[in-house]
Design a protein around this ligand. Sequence first.
Ligand SMILES: *Cc1c(COP(=O)(O)O)cnc(C)c1O
Length: 237
Amino acid sequence: MPPVYDRRLLEVLQRIDNASRDAARPVPRLLAVSKRHSATAVADLALAWAGSGLLLPVSLGENYVQEAVAKRAELNGHDGLPDQEWHLIGHLQANKAREAATAFDWVQTVDRARLVDALARHRPAGGQPLNVLLQVNVDAEAGKHGCAPEAIPALAEAVSGKPTLRLRGLMAIPTPHEEIERRRPAFAQLHRLFTDLQARYPGVDTLSMGMSDDLEVAIAEGATMVRVGTALFGART
Ligand SMILES: *Cc1c(COP(=O)(O)O)cnc(C)c1O
C-alpha cells in the first residue's frame, strides 16, 4: 500500500480531531470523495483506512452514478478490501434515479419531491432502506442545486413516509467564498436547520458539510460528516 495514503489520511484525521477538540464538538464522520480518481487509488485509500483504526465500512463519495457503478465493479475484483459504503454527492437527474437507488447506500442530494418518489419506488423493499440527506441551497444562489430552506419540512415529510427510504439529515455546499471565515454564517445556518429537523425526526443524525479547505469551520459549526477529496487523494486531473 503506498504510504502516501497512510500519511494523507493521518493528516486529515489529525485536522478533524484538532478541530473537534478546539470547538468542543463530537468528532464527525469522514467521507472520502473519490470522484475522478481511479479504482486503484480508492483501493489504496480503503486499505489505509482499514489500518487507521477508523470504523468500517470505508465511506466513499461519488458525484456521478455511472462513474460510481464502474468503480464499484472494478473494486469487486480486488481481494481483501474492507467493506465500503457508497454515497452519491452529485446532482441526481430523474432518469438516473432507478440506478442510483440500488447503486448507493446513501443519496445526499435529494432536493425535490419527484426524486423522493422515484428513489422510493426503485429501492428494493425488504433490504436496507436507502439513507437520504436533503440538499439545501442555503445561500439561495441562483442556478444552484438544492432545495430552499422553506422546502425542508415538506420534503422531510415525504421521505419519512417511504418505507424504503430513511431520512438521515441535511447536506450543503455553501458558496465557496475565497476567505474561509466568510463561509461560517452559512454553516451556522445549516446547523440551525439541522437541529430544527432533528427535533421533529429523532432518526436524523447527519449534517454533511465541509470539504478539504474548510472542514475546520464546518466542524466548529456542527458538521457531523465532512466530505474530503483533494486532501486525501491529491488534485483531480
Ligand atoms: C468534490 C466534492 C467534495 C470534495 O471536495 P475537495 O475540495 O476535493 O475536498 C465534497 N463535496 C462535494 C459535493 C463535491 O462535489
